[in-house]
Design a protein around this ligand. Structure first.
Ligand SMILES: [Zn+2]
Length: 86
């Protein structure tokens, strides 16, 4: 009976690993769906621009399965608002 139990546990672990992989795939899939404009002011985001890639902020909302982009201006505004609330 002990062996049976062990087998079950191993099966469970495998299942968990599988789910973790699927989650990761989902996450990376999300990152591919990066929008091409700012989520607040709709300023266009140039995916080829290295400068933009460094300065723009990506916010991932896993519950909504959505990715938002914020230009530096909006991001600064947002983080300021947050600080004011604290
Ligand atoms: Zn913006």
């Amino acid at each position: 009976m002990v062996n049976q139990k062990r087998k079950l546990q191993r099966k469970k672990k495998k299942q968990q690993q599988k789910e973790a992989k699927q989650k990761l795939a989902k996450k990376t899939g999300l990152y591919l769906q990066i929008p091409d404009k700012c989520g607040a002011c709709s300023a266009p985001f140039d995916k080829k621009s290295k400068e933009m890639a460094f300065t723009w902020k990506v916010a991932v909302y896993e519950e909504e399965e959505k990715v938002y982009l914020f230009c530096p201006v909006c991001y600064n505004k947002k983080s300021k608002e947050k600080q004011d609330n604290v």
